[in-house]
Design a protein around this ligand. Sequence first.
Ligand SMILES: [Zn+2]
Length: 271
Amino acid sequence: MKPDSVIQLRKRGGATAVTVPRLEQATKLRLGFTTRLDGVSRGSYAGCNLSFEVGDDDGAVVENRRWAARLLRVPFESLTFCSQAHGDEMAVVTKEDRGRGLFSSRQAFTGRDAMVTNLLGITLCILTADCLPLILIDPERRAAGVAHLGWKGTSLKLAMKTVFKLGQEYASKAEDILAILGPAICPQCYEVDDALKEKFLGDDKVFRRIAPRHYSFDLVGANKAQLLEAGVKEENIIDTNLCTAKYLDYFYSHRAEGASTGRQMAAVMLR
Ligand SMILES: [Zn+2]
């Protein structure tokens, strides 16, 4: 199946998200990436912050999550979270897990950075501000996955492991899987030093030298390469191609704004 990769901005009920409407239609699911536009958070979190973990008011986060659910056309109670730890642990989401972490990050899956499910009506959510949110869909076996990919998760090959997890749990074939790469920091905005390059376990061609002992890091490119290596077809990879550090009106950026900023959400629900 060739995905129709026309990316659109959807605005509704006081929030805005990046969506792929024809793909949602064709694969009978809901998916999207929220933006910071609108929402009720204030100050440095201004807009639609969806994380309890950044120091924002909890009530505002819950309200924003309600807006996000309406916008993505998924039930609010279906939003399911993992408490991300920059590792490579994955969670298989069951019926009992629906809504985990919705009102408190203490209830979220602890120390997991990816989730998979084949159940209808569960919305898998990943929170980011520069890290790459990845959505995986297997329209054949009807399964979905999400992953949170910073440089550590990338180094640990979490994107590849999540593809394999879908195979292990649901017999998904990599060649059937569609991968949607959400808004993330681009190489021009992501400068790293020697120390990080030394620690990175993957192929170091994702680093480009820009000054003595300084490099730009291609987070999205590194993960695309992993998806291809895992057997995902190039034509099945959709890159939203939006830099979070550049488009600060639209997205939260940890790099560009520091620690006191919000998080946007990537979400997918089979239906
Ligand atoms: Zn950029």
